[in-house]
Design a binder for this molecule. Structure first.
Ligand code: PLP
Length: 391
């Protein structure tokens, strides 16, 4: 009686979960595993934000809010993105914003263009709602979509370009001139909407520019996706928001209204405090991520097995591991794929990293550096030793 719906065919539990399970097995044997697969900041949620949540709970802000979010929070988000309150939808995480948008707009067979390496959820969500993913490989174009690639990917069925800026797992941040060049292509195709997933916008090592500001004439067909998870270290609070034209926001609110209703009232109060309170810690945290990225790059380059471009933001490195392929493990087994490298590092170094194939770009690894410096240093030592045992 519980056979899967057709829309779930081919969708499996994420490969990243498999890696966590392998790590859990080793931990159960008493091994100390360092997880460089994590996708969340290691910082705590700021104290004034936690206080605001306590206060909200004590003051009876414990009921449903308006489905689209409290007026105060929508106004604060509007201010952040130069939009009106009616152009804002508050959801249970950026993930729900993206799901609402795809669900509200895609018919079966409609196409969504996005870059590989991609956040794995894009692929699965597009498929769940019956759309077709059109993946542009950027492993050889600096991990960013070029205007030519975008033009070539567009068909009569294209409904969305989904741009992730700063990118997970790429760590790439589009420069203003690159955004302008993509906008030029989009102007030739007025039927295409653009979703700009900017969940990592506070973690950008050069000043961040949104497509919404680089090409304001496209705002009428643009949805910005943003949230509190990465910026304010609030992954567990599940708060995200979409900013876009009122008509789209209204349709997304219909999907949300029939699935989860409003986001948590307590979390909304907390995020209001995050957006309106002191935020000097953001730049400090961003600097700390950058320092850790530089440390990790230096250590990985020293192994001579990884080609590491410096990321411009987020908290991931996405090095090529091609030089490790073809090498022999101490047990004689030859390493043939990025998956093998990931398995080897787990078994030999007790370090978890994610193979790039899971993000659509095999031959790479995703390595998160959102870890305490001493753990990161320990992981680098172990990786170097394990790499030294390859012949
Ligand atoms: N978009 C990207 C690119 C992400 O990496 C993530 C989380 O990993 C999200 C969206 C979702 O964030 P949230 O916690 O707000 O659902």
């Amino acid at each position: 009686p519980f056979s899967r719906a057709d829309r779930l065919l081919g969708i499996e539990v994420s490969g990243i979960v498999r890696i966590s399970e392998a790590a859990a097995l080793l931990r159960a044997e008493g091994k100390h595993v360092i997880d460089l697969g994590v996708g969340e900041p290691d910082f705590p949620t700021p104290e004034h934000v936690v206080d605001a949540a306590f206060q909200a709970a004590r003051n009876g802000k414990t009921r449903y809010t308006a489905n689209s979010g409290t007026p105060e929070l929508r106004a604060a988000i509007g201010k952040r993105h130069d939009a009106t309150e009616k152009e804002v939808l508050v959801s249970t995480g950026a993930k729900q914003v993206i799901f609402n948008a795809l669900m509200a707009t895609l018919n079966v067979g409609d196409e969504v263009i996005f870059a590989a390496p991609f956040w794995t959820t894009y692929m699965d969500m597009v498929q769940i709602v019956g759309g077709r993913a059109v993946v542009v490989q950027t492993a050889d174009t600096g991990l960013k979509i070029t205007p030519e690639q975008l033009e070539n990917a567009i068909t009569k069925r294209t409904r969305w370009l989904l741009l992730n800026n700063p990118g997970n797992p790429s760590g790439a941040v589009y420069r203003p001139d690159e955004l302008v060049a993509l906008a030029d292509v989009l102007r030739r195709h007025p039927q295409i909407a653009v979703m700009s997933d900017e969940i990592y916008r506070e973690i950008s090592y050069a000043p961040f520019v949104s497509l919404r500001d680089a090409a304001p004439d496209l705002r009428e067909r643009m949805l910005v996706v943003d949230g509190a998870s990465k910026a304010y270290a609030m992954t567990g609070w599940r708060m995200g928001w979409g900013v876009g034209p009122q008509s789209l926001i209204g349709n997304m609110a219909i999907v949300q209204g029939q699935s989860t209703s409003c986001a948590s009232s307590i979390s909304q109060a907390a995020v209001l405090a995050a957006l309106t309170g002191p935020d000097d810690y953001l730049a400090e945290r961003c600097r700390s991520f950058r320092d850790r990225s530089l440390f990790l790059i230096e250590k990985l380059r020293a192994t001579r097995l990884f080609d590491c471009a410096a990321p411009d933001g987020a908290f991931y490195l996405f090095p090529r591991c091609a030089r490790a392929l073809g090498m022999k493990q101490p047990d004689g087994k030859v390493i043939a794929t990025d998956d093998d490298v990931s398995r080897y590092l787990m078994q030999e170094a007790h370090v978890a990293v994610v193979p790039g194939g899971l993000f659509g770009s095999p031959g790479h690894l995703r390595i998160s550096y959102a870890l305490k410096q001493d753990e990161l240093a320990d992981a680098c030592r172990r990786i170097a030793e394990a790499c030294g045992r390859l012949t």
